[in-house]
Design a protein. Sequence first.
Length: 263
Amino acid sequence: MQVNQALRPASARSIRLRRIGLLVAMSLLLILAVAIVLRERRERTDLLQADADRIIDDARLAPKALAAGRDVFRTNCAGCHGADGHGSTATGTPDLTDQDFLYGTGRASEIEQIVLHGIRSGDDKGWNLASMPAYGHSVPYAREKLPSLSPGEIEQLTSFLRALNGSTSEDPTVVAAGNVLYEGRGGCWDCHGRDVQGDAAIGAPNLSDGKWLRGDGSRRDISRIIREGLHGVSPAFRGRLDPAKIRAVAVYVASLHARKEHE
Ligand code: HEC
Ligand code: HEC
């Protein structure tokens, strides 16, 4: 008992000291946490208030945006567009690293709109102005009266497109017949342009650049698209991802092809 009494004042003091130490440490941690939260909040506001197309050239904002964007891409986009953004012609998912854009010119602000609202995603602000009609069906297109094409006509159009893309084994008469269909009854020019280079205002791809959304440009793949149509979907992320994350991933995706441009 005596021993305990002698010890008590000392241990009480050390307990008090320890408590104070703990309190100081906790206060420091709290201050640190608040500082981190405040900094993140400021960075988020800076990112959202900046001009989306200029972030990439902003030495302060760009590194954070690109790092955050890469993470968002890995989690939300890579599943379809591939870890490296090269897409897949097996699933009709476009390469995001090239200079070939379905919509617009590949600016971060344009990509941001695609991520927010999607393509044929059901979001009423998403891109949904045109789809590739299914010319082998009795009603090829719901929005506009277009004629069905016979298998022979689809072959002619296929030969025409293959010749345009460098195939030398096409029969010139068949190619000429395909050209007539393209400019005439098929109505292809209306969306893909008289120059066959597509229309980035409605997402109609260039059909003469040797790049294909789906398949490899073989006779089988091209004729299947003309016969069955195509209407790829990119999901809308509005409401699913924080706006700052959406902006970051748009900057990251824009950087993928911008980097190529400089190479
Ligand atoms: C479920 C699969 C899927 C997911 C997930 C997806 N996409 Fe897409 N994305 C597509 C498809 C398919 C298209 C082509 C749509 C078309 O054919 O018009 C596309 C098109 C695009 C385009 C237009 C490309 C061009 O050439 O103009 C952009 C930009 C894009 N996606 C960005 C993204 C980003 C960024 C994410 C992630 C935040 C994402 N996508 C997630 C499937 C997906
Ligand atoms: C109403 C507009 C419209 C018309 C008319 C139209 N297309 Fe398309 N076409 C599109 C759109 C939009 C796409 C891209 C679909 C997508 O992104 O999923 C497309 C895609 C294609 C593709 C695939 C291109 C690629 O890069 O993989 C081919 C081939 C094609 N069209 C050929 C034709 C031919 C041949 C005709 C005429 C017989 C025609 N199209 C008429 C809108 C149209």
